[in-house]
Design a protein around this ligand. Structure first.
Ligand SMILES: Cc1cc2nc3c(=O)[nH]c(=O)nc-3n(C[C@H](O)[C@H](O)[C@H](O)COP(=O)(O)OP(=O)(O)OC[C@H]3O[C@@H](n4cnc5c(N)ncnc54)[C@H](O)[C@@H]3O)c2cc1C
Ligand SMILES: *[C@@H]1O[C@H](CO)[C@@H](O)[C@H](O)[C@H]1NC(C)=O
Ligand SMILES: *[C@@H]1O[C@H](CO)[C@@H](O)[C@H](O)[C@H]1NC(C)=O
Ligand SMILES: *[C@@H]1O[C@H](CO)[C@@H](O)[C@H](O)[C@H]1NC(C)=O
Ligand SMILES: *[C@@H]1O[C@H](CO)[C@@H](O)[C@H](O)[C@H]1NC(C)=O
Ligand SMILES: *[C@@H]1O[C@H](CO)[C@@H](O)[C@H](O)[C@H]1NC(C)=O
Ligand SMILES: *[C@@H]1O[C@H](CO)[C@@H](O)[C@H](O)[C@H]1NC(C)=O
Ligand SMILES: *[C@@H]1O[C@H](CO)[C@@H](O)[C@H](O)[C@H]1NC(C)=O
Ligand SMILES: *[C@@H]1O[C@H](CO)[C@@H](O)[C@H](O)[C@H]1NC(C)=O
Ligand SMILES: *[C@@H]1O[C@H](CO)[C@@H](O)[C@H](O)[C@H]1NC(C)=O
Length: 607
């Protein structure tokens, strides 16, 4: 009895200290963590939509959720973006805190299934008021708050240890077409005279692209249809196959509805809350408020001519010619872009799965059928014929066809044409990708100087590294054109480095499943200190795309936000003075740190 009393006393004492200690967000092991009764009261204010989070693969582990049939089901769905997005805490890049197991293959748990750095509770919001209530609760109890749409984030910005999560995926009030854009509150500073779509909540591009196809219009969506329309994709910039012609996702937004840190719901456009409008259009997700609706530009559809180019070394002695050919194509991108081409590509040395196929292969050939070292891109040009596209590419084609490249490499170039943008997107571009396996990635926005520099070849060599590293490089060739022209938009918070960018070059390097901590740390260091460093050295004055950047970039503020960093920081202070919204590498995050004491608690940095 005495002991119990003493414990109670200590508990109270700690509780009052921690409650008063605002230097850290309250974590589940702290006495300040809300009681079950308080969580139930939150649940009532959000009409029973509070979820206690459970790892999607919990069924595979001993404990209250163990269920072999369910584990088999989860395993069969595991790599599907749609499956991960349909669970409250599934991610496109899952952590190792609760990996799925294949019971049929006899896999046994080698660890416990824990939440790791995942949120503890989720409000499955379907109305703005649910968002406001969750914000109030987090503020009252000094909780870490996480905003999530699809969970596609690559920098762990839509997750967080010991947090309450607001999930906006099911907050859906409709996708409404406006044949002529109608600005709210008669805002006369909106100059857009074309049509528009109002996207009322957590829709993905696959939802909206269907609507656009029906109306015969183009909206700028992501390269992958599972990306959310108004979450981190748009708020961080948002590239897609139509961006070169019509601009980045952020620059499509004509107005937005935002739930602020004070719980109020406001419309941001060039006439009101114009600073907020600026910051959510490219200044990063999860930072200034919760966006619950946007109205975006719609453009008349067009015909599309596409080129698919792939090449690969016929044998090991073709490696240096392969690298020369890669360099040659990079060199050509700025001019190709200025003439209307844009698209996506990738290349790798010794990829785990083949990148380039030779379907003409017969056993009598001395070449390869399926090349694991290779380059491939699909680029397109709007409003031109396949013949015109071929003519524009021909100077590059003749360089590739000259000796010795033509002897040492396998080449395959095909042209095709499509009556509409949708037909092109469906056939060649918007292909659903499986979720990411464990990998570290980084990137750089490359301008004309970088792409035509004599140092490009050696840089690409450093980026790809040794074949045993299984590095892959992704080429996002959608800059130039309207992306550059939108640099004049005074309400665009997009990283200014995008305006001179032609190629956003992404490098990714993985590790074997179950690799130890030290191995993973070494890969992350290689990305930051060698691969991204080499690209920074080549393209010093540019920056990086925050949504596909190195999450350990020591210069992330300058690289991800460029000259907008200062202005965005003051807008952040104005709209979120209590620092409710936090995500790593987001504006304002420099004032916080994740404790490395094993708890993962989020604490203020000492000034
Ligand atoms: C398969 C795949 C394909 C991709 N393809 C592309 C591509 O083609 N083009 C491209 O530019 N990028 C692409 N990306 C990167 C993508 O832009 C980022 O992953 C982006 O963060 C996804 O945004 P989301 O809202 O869908 O994801 P989430 O992980 O849910 O959220 C990402 C960030 O936005 C915040 N956020 C989410 N919703 C809101 C909201 N309503 N209000 C305020 N903040 C919010 C979150 O807090 C988090 O910080 C791709 C990623 C994946 C995994
Ligand atoms: C606040 O909490 C942090 C982390 O738990 C601790 O280091 C710090 O001393 C506390 N400050 C006060 C004033 O109690
Ligand atoms: C919230 O309430 C609903 C409906 O009563 C219930 O099904 C759900 O389990 C509750 N959530 C939590 C976390 O208790
Ligand atoms: C699980 O393992 C079995 C047996 O090796 C295999 O046939 C099956 O494809 C695996 N399942 C998945 C989802 O990989
Ligand atoms: C799982 O957790 C229990 C209890 O904390 C512990 O005894 C056990 O060793 C853990 N198992 C593994 C595989 O880490
Ligand atoms: C979230 O809410 C939506 C809409 O009511 C519902 O369809 C979905 O099943 C909910 N998700 C979870 C995990 O409860
Ligand atoms: C060349 O590429 C096209 C498009 O990917 C493909 O359809 C065709 O089969 C390839 N040709 C050969 C010989 O591999
Ligand atoms: C190459 O890959 C294709 C497609 O996966 C496959 O059909 C073919 O059998 C492979 N060819 C050889 C020689 O391995
Ligand atoms: C590699 O391929 C080239 C071109 O086909 C050929 O000339 C050369 O002899 C091959 N080298 C080897 C080592 O097989
Ligand atoms: C495949 O073979 C056909 C018929 O010989 C030829 O026209 C074509 O160029 C070949 N394709 C490639 C990529 O080598």
């Amino acid at each position: 009895m005495l002991i119990l009393k003493a414990l109670l006393f200590v508990g109270c004492a700690i509780s009052s200290v921690v409650a008063a200690n605002r230097s850290c967000k309250c974590a589940p092991t702290d006495p300040c963590w809300p009681s079950l009764g308080l969580w139930s009261s939150l649940n009532r204010t959000v009409t029973g939509r509070l979820i206690k989070n459970v790892q999607p693969a919990a069924a595979c582990y001993p404990g209250p959720y163990q269920d072999d049939a369910e584990c088999d089901h989860v395993d069969s769905q595991w790599t599907s973006q749609d499956f991960q997005s349909s669970t409250p805490i599934g991610l496109s890049y899952p952590t190792e805190s609760c990996p799925v197991l294949n019971l049929t293959a006899g896999q046994q748990p080698t660890q416990n299934c824990t939440l790791g750095d995942q949120p503890v509770y989720t409000v499955n919001a379907t109305e703005a008021s649910h968002v406001s209530e969750a914000i109030r609760f987090a503020k009252r109890h000094n909780l870490r708050l996480v905003i999530r749409d699809t969970g596609h984030d690559l920098l762990r910005r839509s997750t967080g240890y010991g947090s309450l999560q607001i999930w906006i995926k099911y907050l859906r009030t409709g996708v409404v077409f406006q044949p002529t854009f109608r600005p709210s509150n008669r805002c006369s500073k909106s100059t857009w005279k074309g049509s528009a779509f109002q996207i009322g909540g957590g829709y993905t591009w696959s939802d909206v692209l269907d609507e656009a196809a029906r109306r015969g219009v183009i909206v700028v969506g992501g390269g992958t249809p599972s990306v959310g329309c108004l979450g981190g994709w748009m708020q961080g910039g948002g590239h897609g196959p139509a961006a070169h012609d019509f601009g980045l996702g952020a620059d499509q937004v004509l107005e937005a509805t935002v739930v602020l840190a004070n719980g109020h719901v406001v419309t941001a456009n060039p006439c009101q809350y114009s600073d907020l409008f600026f910051s959510i259009r490219g200044g990063g997700g999860g930072t200034y408020g919760v966006v619950i609706s946007t109205t975006v530009k719609a453009h008349p559809t067009n015909t599309v001519a596409a080129q698919q180019l792939s090449f690969a070394p016929l044998n090991a002695s073709g490696m240096s010619d392969f690298m020369k050919a890669v360099e040659l194509v990079y060199n050509a991108y700025p001019d190709l872009s200025d003439q209307g081409f844009s698209g996506y590509g990738s290349w790798a040395l010794r990829s785990p799965t083949p990148l380039v196929y030779n379907y003409n292969y017969t056993l009598s050939d001395d070449g390869n059928a399926n090349f694991t070292t290779g380059f491939t891109h699909t680029i397109a040009i709007f409003g031109k014929s396949a013949q015109e596209a071929q003519a524009i590419f021909s100077p590059v084609a003749s360089k590739l066809a000259s000796s010795p490249l033509s002897q040492s490499l396998f080449f395959n170039t095909t042209y095709s044409s499509f009556p509409t943008y949708t037909a092109y997107y469906t056939a060649l571009s918007g292909i659903a990708s499986p979720i990411g396996s464990s990998a570290a990635l980084g990137s750089r926005l490359l301008d004309r100087n970088a792409l035509t520099s004599p140092r490009l070849g050696e840089t690409l060599q450093k980026v790809v590294g040794a074949p045993e590293q299984y590095t892959s490089v992704n080429i996002v060739f959608v800059g130039g054109g309207q992306v550059a022209r939108d640099g004049g938009d005074p309400y665009s918070g997009v990283n200014p480095a995008w305006r001179s960018n032609y190629v956003h070059n992404i490098v990714a390097r993985g590790w074997a499943p179950g690799a130890d901590e030290a191995t993973r740390a070494a890969v992350y260091r290689d990305i930051t200190d060698v691969k991204v460093a080499a690209m920074k050295n080549l393209a010093e004055g540019t920056g990086a795309y925050m949504n596909e950047g190195d999450r350990f970039d020591p210069d992330y503020l300058a690289d991800f936000y460029g000259s907008h960093a200062k202005q965005l920081t003051s807008i952040k202070r104005k709209y979120d003075p209590g620092e409710l919204f936090y995500c790593p590498t987001c504006i304002g995050s420099e004032r916080w740190r994740v404790e490395d004491d094993g708890t993962g608690r989020l604490c203020r940095r000492r000034a």
